[in-house]
Design a protein around this ligand. Structure first.
Ligand SMILES: CCCCCCCCCCCC(=O)SCCNC(=O)CCNC(=O)[C@H](O)C(C)(C)COP(=O)(O)OP(=O)(O)OC[C@H]1O[C@@H](n2cnc3c(N)ncnc32)[C@H](O)[C@@H]1OP(=O)(O)O
Length: 225
């Protein structure tokens, strides 16, 4: 089990300049998109034995290239002195993570957080519809970032999800608002909507864990991203 010390090791100021971060984003984001396209092709290709073997050979070569110089373990949260935070391995928003739809969250001055996003065929649950766990993933991140945007970052304590109608795959919108903050707990609520209106609603309680509360007391720093 990870303790708070392990957690802090994954919050790293790596001292990169904003220009270096931009260069890394330009380098790695297209790779994640290529891999996202491959996820869909893995489901949709009608290739025969020869085509699939040939494609796998190319992928094997690509793996060998990518393994030449690599890190191990999770990406964590990285930041620099100008306050640019990167959670590029995150399963919902990670710039380098092909599993992420990804959500490009928009933070409004009035506290509202929203994103237009796309769920491809790799997110299927019931035939033609989004997997309920994927909707929960989206809402967990959205509501958690809404709490963070309101100055109350925390781990998900409880996420309550109500599925009102099947969520079609394709283009969707999610949006959320902070309801209230009570001590260490922030309460947020949000929805995912498709062409026929709201499909999923959620309420979440996000709790600043003890180690974060202690960090705030000792350093005055509000917390991590
Ligand atoms: C890190 C930043 C990232 C910032 C990231 C921003 C966006 C991230 C979005 C993705 C978020 C995730 O997926 S997070 C991953 C999924 N979640 C987790 O793995 C969390 C696992 N659980 C935990 O780590 C812990 O149980 C916590 C942090 C939830 C609570 O532990 P704690 O800090 O020791 O809490 P404790 O002192 O006992 O209680 C504090 C207050 O919260 C209440 N409380 C305690 N547990 C719960 C609960 N499950 N649901 C509701 N309320 C609860 C208590 O009654 C108390 O209320 P009162 O007496 O004060 O009234």
């Amino acid at each position: 089990m990870m303790d708070s010390l392990d957690t802090f090791r994954l919050y790293v100021n790596d001292g990169l300049s904003d220009e270096e971060i931009a260069a890394q984003a330009a380098r790695y984001q297209p790779l994640a998109q290529d891999l996202r396209d491959l996820i869909v092709l893995s489901i949709q290709s009608r290739g025969g034995d020869d085509d699939i073997l040939a494609a796998r050979k190319h992928l094997s070569d690509a793996k060998s290239i990518l393994e030449r110089d690599r890190e191990t373990g999770p990406y964590g949260t990285r930041f620099n002195d100008s306050g640019t935070f990167r959670t590029w391995g995150n399963a919902a928003i990670g710039l380098r993570n092909p599993i992420a739809p990804p959500l490009d969250l928009q933070f409004e001055d009035d506290g509202r957080v929203w994103a237009d996003f796309h769920l491809h065929a790799g997110y299927e649950g019931p035939a033609g519809f989004a997997h309920g766990g994927v909707s929960a993933l989206v809402l967990d991140q959205l509501l958690g970032d809404t709490a963070r945007h309101a100055g109350a970052p925390g781990m998900t304590g409880t996420l309550t999800v109500k599925y009102r109608q099947p969520t079609p795959l394709g283009d969707l919108r999610c949006e959320a608002l902070l309801d209230r903050i009570e001590g260490a707990k922030a309460f947020a609520m949000g929805t995912i909507s498709g062409p026929d209106g709201v499909c999923v609603e959620a309420e979440g309680v996000f709790i600043a864990p003890k180690w974060m509360r202690e960090q705030r007391e000792h350093t005055g720093v509000q917390g991590v991203q």
